[in-house]
Design a binder for this molecule. Structure first.
Ligand code: AMP
Ligand code: ZN
Length: 234
């Protein structure tokens, strides 16, 4: 991706490779992943979304994961790794994919390294970190509302819908995630600090980490991410 693409078709035809979108809960990973998906036409793999889908469908995995997720703790590496392996094996991941919310522990990162080398990936792994001021995260998370119909993400403080509590696109009533309660948010931020943040060093040491300022407006953050991916900074 070192030479700039000249059209959407050009972007979409290029192999992009594996991308990790890394950052604390509430940094805007979901919102940014959607922009990357639109620009490059690669699939978005959010382990949080996949786990919530399993809970909704009542699968064996969903039953094991539900209570852990509601409390804000992390689901075990083995369960999550297996779910990711299954998803990455699908043909739509061949040109590249974006991982959102995975890896979340050093154990998961080591597993991913092994998985990618066993699969003989030629394109390098790239890690984009969205850094956000810790104090702002609490507000972002308590303000989050999502549309159960189309997946649009709003924030009552920073990105409110035009009509309160209703989706701009389809008018569906917006919902509040169970693990966006104040207690669970505290647990999630702690899990991030203790288990996920060490990954920044893990990838920085390998020279594959780019950090962008997540306190900027969403459009600016997207521009920074596209720039990092296209100017061969990684
Ligand atoms: P998220 O939507 O990324 O905030 O994830 C919601 C919840 O799903 C987390 O609080 C964890 O309980 C669980 N989860 C998501 N991704 C992972 C992961 N990679 N490892 C362990 N647990 C995860
Ligand atoms: Zn909607």
């Amino acid at each position: 991706m070192n030479t700039p693409a000249t059209s959407v078709a050009d972007y979409v035809s290029r192999a992009v490779g594996p991308i990790i979108l890394f950052g604390p809960p509430g940094a805007g990973k979901g919102t940014q992943a959607k922009q990357i998906v639109e620009r490059y036409g690669i699939p978005h793999l959010s382990t949080g979304d996949l786990l919530r889908e399993n809970v909704k469908l009542g699968t064996a995995l969903g039953q094991k994961a539900k209570a852990v997720m509601d409390s804000g703790k992390l689901v075990s590496d083995d369960l999550v790794n297996e779910m990711v392996a299954e998803r990455l094996a699908r043909p739509d991941c061949a040109r590249g994919f974006i991982l959102d919310g995975f890896p979340r522990t050093v154990g998961q990162a080591e597993w991913l390294d092994g998985f990618l080398s066993a699969r003989g990936s030629k394109l390098p792994l790239r890690v984009l970190r969205i850094a956000v001021d810790q104090d702002k995260l609490f507000k972002r998370l308590t303000g989050r509302r999502t549309c159960p119909a189309c997946g649009a993400i709003y924030n009552i403080y920073t990105n409110p819908p035009r009509v309160p509590d209703s989706c701009d696109k389809d008018g569906t009533s917006l919902t509040f995630r169970k693990d966006d309660s104040e207690e669970a948010i505290g647990t999630r931020l702690k899990a991030y600090e203790n288990e996920t943040l060490p990954l920044a060093d893990y990838y920085r040491q390998r020279g594959i980490l780019t950090e962008v300022d997540g306190d900027a407006a969403a459009d600016d953050v997207s521009r920074q991410l596209f720039h990092a991916l296209e100017k061969g900074e990684l």
